[in-house]
Design a protein around this ligand. Sequence first.
Ligand SMILES: Cc1cc2nc3c(=O)[nH]c(=O)nc-3n(C[C@H](O)[C@H](O)[C@H](O)COP(=O)(O)OP(=O)(O)OC[C@H]3O[C@@H](n4cnc5c(N)ncnc54)[C@H](O)[C@@H]3O)c2cc1C
Length: 445
Amino acid sequence: MSNLKLSTGAIQRNDPGFEAAALSTLFNRIHPGRLPEVIVQPRTVAEVTAAIQRAQKSGLKVSVCSGGHSWSANHLREGSLLIDMSLFNTFAVDRSAMKATAGPGVGGSALLAELCKQGLFFPAGHCKGVCIGGYLLQGGFAWNGRKLGLACESVLGLDIVTADGRLVHASETENADLYWAARGAGGGFFGVVVQFHLRVYPRPRYCGMASLVFGLRHFEEVFNWAYEVGPQVPDAVEFQLLTSRRTLTVCGPGIEAVAPVFADTKAELEAATAFMRDSPIRKKAFFRMPYVPMSMNWMYRFAMTHYPSDHHWGVDNMWTRAHIDDLMPFLKGMTEELPPAPAHWLWLNWQPPVRRSNMAFSVEDKIYLALYGSWKSPADTARYQFWARDWMKKTAHLASGIQLADEGLHQRPARFLTDPNLQKMDAVRNERDPAGVFHEWHSRG
Ligand SMILES: Cc1cc2nc3c(=O)[nH]c(=O)nc-3n(C[C@H](O)[C@H](O)[C@H](O)COP(=O)(O)OP(=O)(O)OC[C@H]3O[C@@H](n4cnc5c(N)ncnc54)[C@H](O)[C@@H]3O)c2cc1C
């Protein structure tokens, strides 16, 4: 969550401590080279409305943040008034209705921890600190996301302050255009979400993980296996391969094949983990962990080892359905040039369903590749900053688009909505924000 705590509720660019305050809203330690003119930290809906009016009177555009986990620092823009929603951080669970309401500044992991205590579940993201504000607007790739869908498909409604300062409710039946846009617009949304209305689920009976870890000499065999087995992997499993120069936090370079599993019955669990148990290359792994039940807290601890909060990050990604033979030279190349850990790149076996909800989110594919360049010292910025972007540029002919979760649109335009959905998004924006009060994405594909 954002570290910012403004005692006065607002701070201006020429105030002492302004730059530090702006950067403290950001997970990524890279200085984006862009700063807003004013930061406002509202506690009430009336203060959100007042902030939008203040921006308009001052000739500033509005940018918004909740948890500040945008890798591209989407909310830090020149000539803008930043509305920091991190204090909208409370939630309430209605167990009998299987619903919850939550502010955008709520951490997904905090919400999930409380739900798990009550035997419930929500498809929250994989790291602590990511807030539901930005996460749900861009789609939301979740624990158990292959089974429960994108997290934004569990959004039943939103309370939004629009460009004209009005508080409206958006759902399938009210302000349906905003409801459509808010599920996929990500950092290009043209309103301030002050509350989400969510559907919650029973906690899966079996939550845990299986893992196989391989040295890089098995690179081709591992990725050929993942490619072949991918379409058959049950949707109770988020099968992924994580390549880095440091496996298991203490071992050398390699590939961690990880299978988080969420199953409701013993039979489902057995079926879900069979592809790891019966893998033809299992014996080549130097570390083999059969399915081990884990609390969500342990799942988060595992994920967080790869995403320390005191680092600089250069991130980019692509969806692909390319053949493994076409991908392989690029996978090898990006691995050869991989910066030291915790930098890594991820192969996620996504295999999306044929149909999704009617919403803006519209670009996904069989395999997701995400490159997380990372370094601690500012002295290494020039060396590692563009590793992810440059490899995604070289591989762009094999991509069907990108995911907004890991966007690097400030350094490389890419396709994140289908053409009809981008056109529809523009039409809704023109209707809802005709004067262009809100910032858009950094760029479009
Ligand atoms: C360590 C790490 C792990 C991650 N893991 C996952 C993951 O497992 N799954 C996944 O899907 N994504 C993941 N992400 C990506 C993350 O979901 C997105 O960056 C998301 O935008 C973060 O939400 P936020 O509120 O924390 O970020 P912010 O930077 O605050 O928000 C991003 C953008 O969303 C918009 N926005 C935010 N809040 C509001 C609001 N209240 N009203 C209107 N617009 C708003 C703004 O345009 C803002 O610039 C991860 C990111 C990091 C850094």
